[in-house]
Design a protein around this ligand. Structure first.
Ligand code: FAD
Ligand code: 2HG
Ligand code: ZN
Length: 480
């Protein structure tokens, strides 16, 4: 694609000039070597690219962007490629340039007194957690893909995960950013300040923008005291309202030591027990729903086992739970978390998994689930509803699998109708059709039906201001 006001360049010429910027080890053009970058981890999205560049410094990213700006070349940023919505996968034209940040993985600084860590965008989340732990601190973002997703991807999707209740999302965990703008300028906003009232908070524009406004190259992130004690319980609950009431009880009894509160339908747990080796049901009886509750404290002897036992006692008195198991060792806690973290992978073994990542106010969860399940069942009788997620944040992964014996293509053909049911119910409860995964290419068009038109206009205006040539991740995020 060449935009007016730009210098045309043949693909060969552009690749030569890009090689001058990133060096021969920083560019990939052989189809076999590019393949891994061009399909997402679920093989749900596939594309083509002019080349994959892997710059090793902010200056090199800026050089790449200057060239793309001059030649009107569209750019797709990519981190660990673990995203759920096809945001990091280029289109099928073969004209877009994929910019992988994976060589930029340095931890630039750990400032213990300031409780901050400065990491490059390609640093893997787990490496950042480990660097924090090495300084007796904690970086709290925690999610199933943490061994491969990157800080840049976490920022660009405003990732959530399983500790948002206590620590917030990436927006809340970020103090400063370094960003390469679409014209190649570097914005150095790497401030490590908890207070800074000097105008608009520009970093928040790039967080959650899914690479549509610029390339994040580094960030200053908040650190917290290391966790020294933890208590984990697996609880059987009769209905979703019991989960909501149980969150209230945990808050009453354990206060801000509540770190995680996840919910899983029986269907979700059945898939994990069937497909994840080494997992087992903690209870002899089957239950409709389960909750995983985690408390944590920075004190080593915080008595959390007693606290969680008191929580469960109150819950039994109020008739909220049918059964409960408290992990008596870190290994047992890990086994309980494996039942939760394994759902995403396990569902892939059951045919197409139609993913929906929604939030509604926690107080509406029960009614929302009841109405949505009923409406889905009418569209595809016998549909397997794999509902689970971060119920403490009001965030459910409302994923769907076909009934046994149902044709996979016929099921895919119902995807739009089924999504419509979930999104209409979400809207009816004043919710959002993307809680933490973003819009990417999957929800890019449909968001126009659910977002206020004034808000969409403002978003388009910002895109036009920062990226007037439309070079950054076209076809993703905000609709044209
Ligand atoms: P990618 O997939 O590479 O990219 C995602 C988006 O960010 C794309 O639009 C891309 O263009 C853009 N991008 C990437 N890097 C940059 C950059 N440096 N500058 C600008 N834009 C950039 N997500 C959650 O929020 N919570 C969860 O609990 C969760 N659990 C998951 C569990 C599993 C098993 C998997 C596979 C994924 C899960 N995810 C979850 C989704 C995903 O891991 C996160 O969204 C993650 O933050 C994406 O990081 P990434 O580096 O893989 O990004
Ligand atoms: C999770 O919470 C992730 O496990 C993935 O956000 C959800 O696979 C999914 O839909
Ligand atoms: Zn999630």
């Amino acid at each position: 694609m060449t935009v007016s006001g730009t210098d045309a360049a043949t693909p060969g010429d552009l690749i030569r000039r890009l090689t001058d910027v990133v060096g021969t080890s920083g560019i990939v053009t052989a189809p076999a070597e590019m393949a891994g970058y061009l399909t997402d981890w679920r093989s749900a999205y596939a594309g083509a690219a002019l080349a994959v560049v892997r710059p090793a410094s902010t200056e090199a990213v800026a050089g790449v962007m200057r060239l793309c700006h001059q030649t009107g070349t569209a750019v797709v940023p990519q981190g660990g490629n673990t995203g759920m919505c096809g945001g990091a996968v280029p289109d099928s034209t073969g004209r877009q340039l994929l910019v992988s940040l994976t060589r930029m993985r340095r931890i630039r600084d750990v400032d213990v007194a300031n409780q901050t860590i400065t990491a490059e965008a390609g640093a893997v989340l787990q490496a950042v957690q480990e660097a924090a732990a090495g300084a007796n601190k904690m970086f709290p973002l925690s999610l199933g893909a943490q061994g491969s997703c990157t800080i840049g991807g976490n920022l660009a999707t405003n990732a959530g995960g399983t500790a948002v209740l206590r620590y917030g999302t990436m927006r809340d965990l970020t103090l400063g950013l370094e960003v390469v703008l679409p014209d190649g300028r570097i914005w150095n906003g790497l401030r490590a300040l908890r207070k800074d009232n000097t105008g608009y908070d520009l970093k928040q524009l790039f967080i959650g923008a899914e690479g549509t406004l610029g390339i994040i190259t580094a960030a200053v992130l908040k650190l917290f005291p290391a966790v020294r004690s933890r208590a984990t319980a697996w609880v059987a609950i009769p209905e979703t309202q019991s989960a909501v009431d149980l969150i209230g009880v945990v808050r009453e009894v354990a206060g801000d030591r509540l770190t995680g509160f996840e919910i899983m339908s029986r269907q979700s747990v059945d898939f994990v027990l069937r497909h994840s080796p080494g997992t087992r049901d903690p209870f002899a009886d089957r239950h409709r729903w389960y909750a995983l509750v985690e408390l944590s404290d920075s004190l080593p002897e915080a008595g959390l086992d007693d606290v969680i036992a008191s929580v469960l006692e109150v819950a039994v008195q109020r008739d909220l739970i049918a059964d409960a198991a408290i992990a008596s060792s870190p290994a047992q806690a890990a086994a309980l978390w494996a039942l939760r973290e394994g759902i995403s992978e396990a569902q892939n073994h059951e045919g197409p998994s139609l993913k929906h990542d929604v939030t509604v106010p926690v107080s509406s969860i029960s009614q929302f689930v009841e109405r949505t399940d009923r409406a889905l069942e009418k569209v595809v009788p016998g549909i397997r509803i794999v509902t689970y997620g971060h119920v403490g944040d009001g965030n459910l992964h409302y994923n769907l699998s076909k009934p046994p014996g149902y044709n996979a293509d016929d099921f895919r053909a119902r995807a739009t109708d089924l999504a419509g049911v979930i999104y209409d119910q979400t809207a009816a409860f004043n919710g959002s059709i993307s809680a933490e995964h973003g819009l990417g290419q999957s929800k890019r068009d449909v968001i126009a039906d659910y977002k206020d038109s004034c808000e969409l206009d403002l978003m388009r205006g910002l895109k036009q201001l920062l990226d007037p040539r439309g070079l950054m991740n076209p076809g993703k995020g905000v609709p044209d």
